[in-house]
Design a binder for this molecule. Structure first.
Ligand SMILES: C[S@@+](CC[C@H](N)C(=O)[O-])C[C@H]1O[C@@H](n2cnc3c(N)ncnc32)[C@H](O)[C@@H]1O
Length: 348
């Protein structure tokens, strides 16, 4: 048991609490980039997906993370609590700390997890601050840590989040409302060269210069504020008909992905999580990360390998675990999912 004192956990009769810590300072460059991204058709499927979020690789997550019989698990990306619920159902003694930067998802998750109120603690926090969160909760080491990266289907289809080129909405893209820079700020404010670099470095958009040039021409006539406006102008910039992309990757897919990653500082947050994870796991505890593009997966793979060579981790999955045929057919998001799991070795 790694919890100091039982006061950290709400009583079974109380509804799940959501702690809102004061935002922690974020270190790191918002435009820090992932290694190169391979774009596949599923990326567009994921962005077009319906509002119901189906957790990916559910069996694999449960069997690989519960194999070490954890007492405390941290779901770093609680979302709509799909994975969290399964973990709590499968492991009746498990206590779960759930983190999310999105207050709406956190509230929805609290409702879905109400039957487990005595075993959960939900925190509005960035997983980049995991160590700080566990210290504040007086948790010395978790037995399992899960991060299911990216965004949930309901976030994509929420027009107010401004993540989709299909649903018109403000060009926002912030998952965490405490962030101050929106996608509109980047699109309307960055110099042409910097905008092109952002598109290229974040998502390897090869037509970044053309797109950036067109954005700068259009914004001279007035601020670009909506998702569909941006999607259409990107399509025109690369010589495509914005109304005829069905069945193919939308020409604005990489532009949207690059802006979302920059706005939410996704690469920097993942790197900070990976750096802190060994200190946040007890000996024998496991970390599982599900990534959705090759840039994220590369960071996870390299981190786990480096630490396994240093005797900090043992690799539980030598190769990433991917969805089988049935899951791929029924849940398009799962087609690009890669799960890697590592186990914390005993402290030297
Ligand atoms: C793919 S969804 C997780 C879905 C969840 N596993 C489920 O089964 O419902 C990713 C979630 O992580 C959240 N998120 C993204 N980046 C985050 C970060 N750096 N820290 C905390 N939460 C984050 C998003 O707001 C979103 O709710």
């Amino acid at each position: 048991m790694r919890l100091r004192g039982s006061a950290n956990w709400p009583n079974a009769s109380r509804p799940p609490s959501i702690k809102r810590f004061a935002p922690l300072p974020h270190v790191g460059n918002p435009t820090r980039t992932f290694p190169p991204v391979k774009m596949v058709r599923v990326m567009s499927d994921a962005l077009d997906s319906p509002s119901v979020h189906v957790p990916v690789l559910p069996e694999e997550v449960c069997s690989l993370l519960l194999a070490c019989d954890p007492e405390v698990a941290v779901d770093c990306t609680l979302g709509l609590a799909g994975h969290a619920r399964l973990l709590l159902e499968r492991s009746p003694r498990l206590r779960l700390i759930g983190l999310d930067v999105d207050s709406h998802n956190l509230s929805a998750a609290a409702e879905r997890l109400a039957p487990f109120a005595g075993r959960i603690q939900l925190v509005k926090a960035n997983f980049a601050d995991l160590r700080e969160v566990l210290t504040r909760l007086q948790v010395e080491g978790a037995g399992a840590i899960l991060a299911d990266l990216g965004v949930s289907s309901n976030q994509i289809s929420d027009p107010q989040k401004g993540l989709s080129f299909e649903v018109d909405g403000p060009l926002d893209m912030r998952l965490d409302e405490n962030l101050t820079t929106t996608a509109a700020d980047l699109v309307n404010g960055l110099p042409e060269g910097e905008l092109a670099d952002l598109l290229y470095l974040q998502s390897q958009e090869r037509l970044s210069r053309k797109i950036s040039k067109r954005i700068c021409q259009v914004r001279r006539q007035g601020r670009i504020n909506s998702t569909v406006q941006l999607a259409r102008l990107v399509a025109f910039a690369v010589g495509q008909n914005p109304d005829a992309h069905r069945g193919r990757i939308h020409p604005a897919t990489r532009t949207f992905m690059a802006l979302r990653m920059a706005v939410n500082r996704e690469a920097a947050s993942l790197q900070r999580l990976l750096a802190q994870a060994p200190d946040c796991l007890r000996a024998g505890g496991r970390i599982g990360v599900i990534s959705f593009h090759s840039g994220e997966d590369r960071l996870v793979k390299d981190d786990f390998r480096t630490r396994s060579r240093a005797g900090i981790y043992e690799l539980v999955t030598k190769k990433p675990v991917c969805a089988g045929e049935v899951e791929s057919a029924t849940n398009p998001r799962s087609r690009s999912a890669k799960l890697r799991v590592a186990q914390r070795e005993s402290s030297p």
